[in-house]
Design a protein around this ligand. Sequence first.
Ligand SMILES: Nc1ncnc2c1ncn2[C@@H]1O[C@H](COP(=O)(O)OP(=O)(O)OP(=O)(O)O)[C@@H](O)[C@H]1O
Length: 335
Amino acid sequence: MPTMLEVTGLGHRYRSKDGEHIALDGLSFDVNAGELVCIVGPSGCGKSTLLRSISGLIRPTSGQVRLHGDVVDGVPSDLAVVFQDYSRSLFPWLSVQRNVEFPLKKSLDKAERRERARQALEQVGLAGAAGKYPWQLSGGMQQRVAIARALAYRPALLLMDEPFASVDAQTRFDLEDLLLRVRREYDTTILLVTHDIDESVYLGDRVVVLSKSPARVVRTLDVDLPAQRDQITTRESEAFVALRSEVARLLHGQPAGDAPTGNGRPSAGRAPAKGKTGTASSAGSTAASSAGSSSGSSEKAASAKAQPSRNGQAANRNRGKGNGAKSRRRGRARR
Ligand SMILES: Nc1ncnc2c1ncn2[C@@H]1O[C@H](COP(=O)(O)OP(=O)(O)OP(=O)(O)O)[C@@H](O)[C@H]1O
């Protein structure tokens, strides 16, 4: 599979009147076309900063992001973002159908937009809610609308910033399975950020583990689970349990075990990152217990507000239907 996204030596430091804060420190990793790569890291480590840099919303202070080989310098037109805060990413005054159609306005005529939105809503199980308004829907349904909008846009790369962190556990499971299904159907390339270790292993073809702030790549792990996953048997499997333990160890800064490793880049952290201090604030399945409570939250919300207009430059691309995760992994170039 060709490389879709190349992140090389990415660094970002915020400057304010209180001084400097290094958020990202020399991150390198690749995402191949058709892959679902999860980024997992402790709360406040810089995950949202990473996604903002990749999406061109902020300019990194060092390093480079390339999409299809082109340096990202501004928001690419064939990229969509789904944020955690669904309530602020949908337009409350537009119907569900209109919300999904919104990013397609510039590229498709009315009939095509309608049809594209209808298909996407059907994919996420919301065909019957097209005429409703976001505020008439549950949180999980609103997040489905946000996913439908991103899918209708047919982005080359879908970025997801803790997309299921604001919904209850059962809805989260449902949305995870929905994502795996639509990802197979649309053959979408996805980079998903989460602080939830189990989620990263359940969803990912690979998991990139970040250290605590400033974010560095501690390790990239191959997720050698069957492409077809389900919430009970997959999570009970030995391979799943071994992988989640491995990710937890890495987040706690402990030496790695025998779980499979792999990524595109030597610098992406086969060896532990310098100052290997990655940690989690609590034991268990989350890398941190306070996601969303950092000072980054308000900026996240601001970014969420900007989402519809970012998606406004729709790219009308028809892409081929999917190879499975297995074949994607087989085809993955190693360096
Ligand atoms: N605009 C900003 N100005 C200054 N510092 C910032 C800014 N945005 C984020 N930061 C800081 O950069 C660090 C990384 O923030 P970021 O939101 O990227 O982390 P995160 O891993 O997404 O957090 P969380 O898990 O809580 O969502 C934090 O210490 C945060 O306070």
